[in-house]
Design a protein around this ligand. Structure first.
Ligand code: UTP
Length: 289
């Protein structure tokens, strides 16, 4: 019987060195785009996709994320006393229900593959999603929902993909594509951070995955890959051919919020897309162009 994707892992244990000093005492996933932390966009996307259990793999700054997804009695009391009911309701509306959130600590940031492996016992034996909050996606249908909707047809492993400039292949996991219907691309091979001249294509893996629990057995080996890190993609390679494996070209615009300019562009795009801020944001941009 086909099992629904119910659990999602949010790896938030990276060092975020590209955003120092902002990330010295705070995880980069707490950086806000307009008025919402990156991690909240990711959690809302997961909820919209039907995810019921939210597993955070944290490192430093654990308490900020835990506090963010918890009641703040002092703040709620103050808002109530001041009659700010709309703000109060908005604050309570997106809190995950009690018991649906779990935290585990990565202890040492050995890489994304290691972060995912840390959640193995919380995931158990069922397909699960992974969302990297620093890949922020602006779309009509939340990107993970697009993937979960099509997943029952394909099963196996599924990764979000997009075309990147050839000069940027070294920043991503790159697919060696097989059959391609424009939306779904069969994965024949996968290589992490190849040089432009060695890249098998320009189709890059973006931070949304639906994975088979069998990946944990491969992650168990803790082999180090590109950059001396335990890479998630390296553990997906031996699964090619053993179960279905697809890249999914999502609808939407993706912003690399782990990068300063990508983060800056996300601020502009998300402000412009907001009904309450769009016209004012447009006027500000005009002043600088
Ligand atoms: P990045 O490659 O962007 O690394 O991680 P980073 O450490 O967060 O940032 P920089 O490069 O130093 O600026 C991609 C994703 O994997 C998570 C990060 O939190 C981010 O969501 N990650 C990475 C972990 O959870 N643990 C790790 O050991 C490494």
């Amino acid at each position: 019987m086909m099992r629904r994707v119910r659990k999602a892992i949010f790896p938030v244990g990276g060092l975020g060195t590209r955003f120092l000093p902002a990330t010295k005492a705070m995880p980069k996933e707490m950086l806000p785009v307009v008025d919402k932390p990156l991690i909240q966009y990711a959690v809302e996307e997961a909820r919209a996709a039907g995810i019921e259990e939210f597993i955070f793999v944290t490192g430093r700054g654990k308490t900020t994320i835990e506090d963010h997804f918890d009641h703040s009695y002092e703040l709620e009391h103050t808002l109530e006393a001041r009659g700010k009911t709309a703000e109060l309701e908005a604050l309570r509306a997106w809190l995950p229900p009690a018991g649906d959130v779990a935290y585990t600590r990565q202890q040492v940031p050995l890489g994304l593959g290691h972060a995912v492996w840390c959640a193995r016992d919380l995931v158990g034996d069922e397909p699960f999603a992974v969302l990297l909050a620093d890949d922020l996606i602006l779309s009509k249908t939340p990107a993970l929902k697009q993937m979960c909707d099509i997943y029952p047809e394909v099963r196996g492993n599924m990764v979000a993909v997009m075309d990147v400039p050839k000069a940027h292949t070294q920043r991503y996991g790159i697919l060696s594509p097989g059959r391609d219907d424009g939306r779904l691309v069969q994965v024949r091979g996968l290589v992490e951070k190849p040089k432009a001249e060695e890249a098998p294509s320009t189709l890059a893996v973006i931070g949304r995955y639906i994975l088979e629990p069998a990946v944990f057995a491969h992650l168990d080996k803790k082999s180090k890959g590109a950059g001396g890190e335990i890479q998630l993609t390296d553990s997906l390679v031996p699964m090619i051919g053993t179960s279905p494996f697809h890249g999914y070209r999502f609808e939407g615009q993706r912003f690399d919020c782990g990068d300063k300019i990508g983060f800056f562009e996300a601020q502009i795009a998300f402000a412009l897309a907001r009904a309450d801020l769009g016209p004012a944001a447009q006027a500000v941009i005009k002043r600088y162009t």
